[in-house]
Design a protein around this ligand. Structure first.
Ligand code: ZN
Length: 312
């Protein structure tokens, strides 16, 4: 039984429209699902990824309008690492981000930038073995398009090894250096690394990571639940998220972990050619559609005015 890298990472935004403008419009990811927070359906839950919404490409946001800005501290993920195809792609993105008003910094072969709410990213040449999970965008040639999420970095608590046993013993991570892990399976390699305690506790809010979901094969999901539980984690029941099944537990460093299945995927309730165009509601909230459509501000279809993607 192996985890196949990361399934998705979920953040908090205060502005769904700016979120679509940045992730779809500037970074060129595909909005693959426009739905609501299942537990608070008056708020958007937006999913971005590659053309199909493949696990490993997915970044999602809960919109909490008016939420205070967060700040990642001890026991929180602070940086998301995205892959690009080549060194030349880093140049492309330095120009594109600058043209859109984002400062970047090139350090040690990575290009650092922050989104409009301060969430930190690093772009780096992707691990060559990883699949290219790309979306199409008219202004982003395929030779430079983002290829998926390669890793995350978190701040440790005072006890940098607090979750070592869970990560390695129960979840099958490999430690490649002190506090630096990889999770490898199904032809995917994902990095999970710690930086030392920053000297302050964090504050969850806009521009911070809410949780990270690891990718399980459908048939292994119950097995992961048992393993995490046997390692001492307080694991939830299996929860049906419509696009995948999920379990959650807070790991010893304080980071909220989820384990999500491959199936059924984002095409379960929409034509794969039209993902993300319409508001999709889970069955239990469908009867409130008229009311929710009044509350949720329209986001439009980010692809509606796009020309055909360039061929290269
Ligand atoms: Zn999740």
């Amino acid at each position: 039984m192996e985890l196949e890298g990361m399934h998705h990472i979920t953040m908090i935004t205060g502005d769904a429209r700016k979120n679509v403008d940045f992730y779809s419009g500037v970074l060129g990811l595909r909005l693959v699902k426009k739905t609501v927070n299942f537990d608070a359906p008056q708020a958007y839950h937006l999913y971005f990824g590659d053309e199909k919404g493949s696990p490993g490409s997915i970044l999602t946001w809960f919109e909490f309008a008016g939420a205070a800005p967060g700040n990642p501290g001890a026991g929180m993920i602070h940086t998301i690492q995205l892959g690009v195809p080549s060194e030349a792609s880093l140049e492309f993105w330095a120009h594109r981000l600058a043209d859109n008003g984002h400062t970047t910094e090139a350090v040690d072969g990575v290009l650092r930038f922050a989104d409009f709410e301060g969430l930190q990213y690093e772009l780096a040449v992707a691990d060559p073995g990883n699949p290219r999970l790309q979306a199409e965008h008219p202004e982003v040639p395929a030779e430079h398009a983002i290829t998926g999420v390669q890793g995350v970095r978190a701040f440790a608590t005072h006890e940098i090894d607090a979750d070592r046993e869970l990560l390695m013993g129960a979840l099958g991570f490999t430690e490649v250096a002190a506090g630096e892990y990889v999770v490898e399976g199904g032809g995917v390699r994902f990095r999970f690394g710690y930086d030392p305690h920053p000297g302050y506790g964090g504050r969850e809010g806009t521009g911070t990571v809410h949780h990270i979901a690891w990718h399980s094969r459908d048939e292994d999901h119950e097995g992961w639940r048992e393993r995490a539980g046997a390692a001492g984690a307080q694991v939830t029941q299996v929860i049906d998220r419509d696009y995948f099944k999920a379990i959650y537990f807070r790991q010893p460093q304080g980071i909220l972990f989820e384990i999500a299945t491959t199936s059924p995927g984002f095409a379960v309730d929409e034509d794969p050619g039209h993902l993300g165009e319409e508001l999709r509601l889970p069955a239990q909230h469908e009867h409130r559609r008229a009311q929710l459509e009044q509350i949720l501000k329209p986001l439009g279809d980010p692809r509606a005015n796009s020309a055909q993607p360039p061929t290269s």
